[in-house]
Design a protein around this ligand. Structure first.
Ligand code: AKG
Ligand code: FE2
Length: 229
């Protein structure tokens, strides 16, 4: 089943933004979830992010390679327990690179730039990834419209979804408002935004409780976003 035969084709949501339904097979989802559970443990484990305005993010987070805090990156959990962040695993970078290949490289009609059917923008395929941000969402958690703008690199951001389905809202670079496209991200889906979509606003307006594949053994949703500092 992991030869891609039964997978839905990639869907371009906006130029540079591609949804890959069913990208991770059930075994890969279990493997990634087991890793997320290890990463969530202290030191430098899962934490609630406090915003400068006094609010808290409803999704709880843990970083790999670099620790994100509003608004920047550090090597220690500066707004958590102060411990050094866990390393970013090479294999996760390889998983992200495979998403780039499928989204921009080998997808029908979407080969590399410079080839006859390549996208009309450059994707930095060879920039090594060095950040993983893992978000844990319970039934009521959400993430407001924002841009991933604390990275210096324009390498595409790759996300993997586990557990409950969410509504992922993908907008544009000009502001938080419409137009946007709502995409249902299910367990095992990947999503990538690069090229002209790299600095676009996006968010998670809702989780659909109880929609996780029962065999995964997860309540709620976990996303893993992979980035380059
Ligand atoms: O949970 C998701 O799919 C998106 C997370 C996100 O946008 C972020 O971590 O910046
Ligand atoms: Fe984001």
């Amino acid at each position: 089943m992991d030869d891609g035969l039964f997978r839905l084709p990639p869907v371009a949501v906006a130029p540079g933004a591609v949804h890959l339904p069913g990208h991770l097979d059930p075994a890969a989802q279990r493997e990634l979830l087991a890793a997320c559970r290890r990463w969530a443990r202290p030191p430098a484990g899962l934490r609630t992010v406090r915003m400068p305005g006094g609010g808290e993010m409803s999704a709880r987070q843990v970083g790999l390679g670099w620790h994100w805090h509003p608004y920047g990156y550090s090597r220690t959990a500066v707004d958590g327990d102060g411990s050094p962040v866990k390393p970013f695993p090479d294999w996760l970078g390889e998983w992200a690179r495979r998403v780039l290949e499928e989204a921009y490289g080998r997808a029908p009609g979407a080969s590399r730039p410079g080839t006859p059917h390549g996208p009309p923008y450059d994707i930095p395929y060879d920039t090594p990834y060095d950040i993983g941000l893992v978000n844990f969402y319970d039934d009521r958690a959400r993430m407001g419209m924002h841009r991933d703008r604390d990275e210096e690199s324009d390498a595409p951001v790759v996300s993997f979804s586990l557990g409950d389905t969410c509504v992922f809202r993908f907008g544009h670079t000009g502001g938080r408002g419409r137009p946007w496209t709502d995409v249902e991200l299910r367990s095992g889906d990947a999503f990538v935004f690069g090229g002209p979509a790299r600095w676009a606003y996006h968010g998670v307006p809702r989780i659909r409780p109880g929609t996780a594949p029962p065999a995964l053994g997860l309540r709620g949703r976990v996303s893993v976003t992979v980035r380059r500092r």
